[in-house]
Design a binder for this molecule. Sequence first.
Ligand code: HSE
Length: 415
Amino acid sequence: MKKQLTIGLFGFGCVGTGLYEVLNRTTLLQASIKHIVIKDLSKKRIIDPGYFSTDADRILNDKEINVVVELINDYEAAYAIVTRALKAGKHVVSANKKLIAYYLDELVSLAKENNVSFLYEASVGGSIPIIRNLEEYYNNDSLSNISGIVNGTTNYILTKTGEGESFDEALKNAQELGFAELDPTSDVDGFDAKYKLVLLLKHAFGFTAKQDELWNYGIRQLKDWDATYAREKGLKIKLLAYGTRINNQVIGFVAPHLIPANHFAFNVENEFNAVVVEALFSDKQLFLGKGAGSHPTASAVLSDISALQFDYAYEYKKSKTEEALAFESDYSVKVYLSATSQEKLDQVRFIETLETYSGPSHSYKIGIIPYEEIRKQDWNNEPDYFLAIIPDSVELTKGIEFKETESAGLIEELS
Ligand code: HSE
C-alpha cells in the first residue's frame, strides 16, 4: 500500500531546487516537503522563506518527517545528518556519491539495523537508473564488466574543447549549468567518477572497493597535441570509469581513454553519461542519459522517493551470493603516453613499446605498461605528461617479467 511521505530536505542548490520543481509537477506521488535546512539563510530563494532554517533538528527531531533527502555538498556534514536520520528511523535518499563511497558499508548496516531504506540512485549517472537495474534486473546473470562515462562535467568539457572552446571557458559554463561540483577538481581529476565507480562495483559485483585501491586520473593535463593526435587518428578522448571482474579478482580505475568511432561512448557528448554492463547471458547493454543537471538528477531522487511508497530497499544481492572478491593490481594495460620531452617520456617504464614519436614540442609512446608503474606517479599533478588508456587492453600479468621490448622503433624523429 502506498504511504504518505513527508520530506525533510537538506540543501537547496541545483538538485534541491530541481527536486522542489519536479515534485510540484508530478501528480503521481503522495509526497510533500515539510522543511528545508540550508547553510545560508541570507540567499534569495525561489520559494516561501517559511520553508527554510539552518537548524538540522527541525527535520531530525520531527516525528512527522519520515523521509530525509540529503542534497548537500559537504560529505562529512552529510555523514552526520544521514547517520542521525537513519538512527531516528527515517528513510534516507541521497545524491552524495562521496559520502556513500566513503561510508557505504557502515550506512548500509545502519539502515538495516534501523529497518529503514537508504537509496541513492541520483549519486551515479544522474538520470540513468543504473543502481536499481543492477540491483533488480541482473541478479541471476553474472556480471563481468561495468564501464562508462559517469561524469557529466568532464564529458561536457571534452565536447566543448573539441568544438574550439577553451578548457577554462568550458569548465565555467559547466559550473553555471550546475553540472560541476563545488570544488571542480573532483570532476576534472576523476575523483567524482571514482566515487561513482565504488558504487557501481558494489552493486555489480558485490565488492566494496577502498578509496586508494582505485586509480583516478582526470583530464586536466590534456594538451593540444593529444587532442590533435586523437583527431588525426579519428579517435576521441573520453573520461571512463572502468570495472571488470576476472574470476575472483576485481580491477577498477578512472582514466581518459582514446576511443575509436565504434566505441559505445564515441557519440556520447555534453553532460550525457553512458554505462555499459556486460553479463554472461545478456552480453552488453548500454544505459544512456543525462548525467548531471538540476531536473535530470532530481528525477532520480524523485524515483527513489517514489520507491519508498512501496517500502523499497536495496538488498545487495551480489554481496550475499558472490564468493569473496579481492582487488587485483597485478595487471598491464595499453596506453598512449605523451610527454613534454623524450627524456621525460623515457622515465616511464613500459613492458612493450608499440609506437613512438619524438618531436620538438613533445614525444609520445603507445605501449604496454604495468599498473604498478602507473601507480608510481601522481598523474593529476604531473604537467609534463598526459596518459590515456587504449580500451579493452587490461591483462593480468602474474608471472610476467618487467622487461621493456621495442617492437616498433621511432616512427618519426624531428630535430
Ligand atoms: N559533478 C557531477 C558530474 C554531478 O559532473 O557528473 C553529477 O553527479
